[in-house]
Design a protein around this ligand. Structure first.
Ligand SMILES: NC(=O)c1ccc[n+]([C@@H]2O[C@H](COP(=O)([O-])OP(=O)(O)OC[C@H]3O[C@@H](n4cnc5c(N)ncnc54)[C@H](OP(=O)(O)O)[C@@H]3O)[C@@H](O)[C@H]2O)c1
Length: 234
């Protein structure tokens, strides 16, 4: 087991990529803490995988500080928390654009500031393919992802001997699209799958395995890895 004796904190661990990462870390022998806002979703997820649950809101400085006070020193921290609001630059409300940066970018910043990570441990940020393959009406998400990639590289210098990396997922089938009408969601995922060299969209574990690689490869820092089913080349 690759993570026996290690402690892993997954911020955003109640769902999707974060939950898949927490599950994989448990299977690899780690003590795992999962953290997110909605206790009703967090607690059953933690109970199911045998993790500790701590409620946190990454948009709140004090909440993030309290999370890491409760955790103490840990070995690996992963940030998947994000709630994204987007739209055309000319019309998306400023409050929505700011909220996207507040959660996804400043959330990761707060975690980097507060987490006490043991030497040789790692911080992994989750960005997204829009940073390099933009789509219409998603500029604020693309910008948040790009900023996170720059942040990961900078922090890899600043936080050494803690290692800092980022994984950039392509389209992954997670609850992030729960608000979409079911038929439209399935249609979008099917069209995406058909256009990709791998012939399918991703699942949470595809990204979790990359995050596990960042945790366990002591030579990996300042790396940005695109795990996208070939979206970047198609
Ligand atoms: N799925 C994709 O296709 C895809 C593609 C590219 C990039 N990504 C990125 O991958 C990351 C994970 O996405 P996912 O698909 O796993 O999403 P998800 O299933 O919606 O999970 C998001 C998690 O973040 C938590 N969260 C949201 N806002 C939070 C806040 N303010 N404070 C604390 N926790 C918060 C959520 O729980 P609560 O709501 O209870 O807080 C949930 O646990 C995101 O950064 C996303 O942008 C995803």
């Amino acid at each position: 087991m690759l993570l026996r004796g290690k402690t892993v904190v997954v911020v955003g661990g109640s769902s999707g990529i974060g939950l898949a990462t927490a599950e994989l870390a448990r299977r690899e022998g780690a003590e795992v803490v999962i953290a997110s806002r909605n206790k009703d979703r967090l607690t059953p997820a933690a109970d199911r995988i045998g993790a500790r649950a701590i409620v946190v809101d990454v948009t709140d400085d004090d909440s993030v500080a309290a999370l890491f006070r409760a955790c103490g020193p840990v070995d690996h921290v992963v940030v998947t928390a994000a709630q994204l609001r987007t739209g055309p630059v000319k019309t998306v409300p400023m409050a929505d654009a700011r909220a996207t940066m507040e959660g996804k970018f400043w959330g990761a910043w707060r975690v980097a500031r507060e987490a006490q990570i043991n030497a040789g441990g790692s911080l992994t940020l989750v960005t997204g393919l829009l940073s390099v393959r933009p789509r219409m009406n998603s500029a604020i998400i693309a910008a948040a992802n790009g900023a996170l990639e720059s942040l990961a590289r900078s922090l890899a210098l600043e936080l050494t001997p803690v290692r800092v990396n980022a994984v950039s997922p392509g389209i992954i089938d997670t609850p992030i699209r729960a608000a979409m009408p079911e038929e439209a969601r399935r249609d979008m995922l099917a069209k995406t799958a058909a256009a990709l060299p791998v012939g399918r969209v991703g699942v949470g574990e595809d990204i979790a395995r990359q995050i596990l690689a960042f945790m366990t490869i002591g030579f990996a820092t300042g790396s940005i890895v695109y795990v996208d089913g070939g979206a970047i080349i198609s």
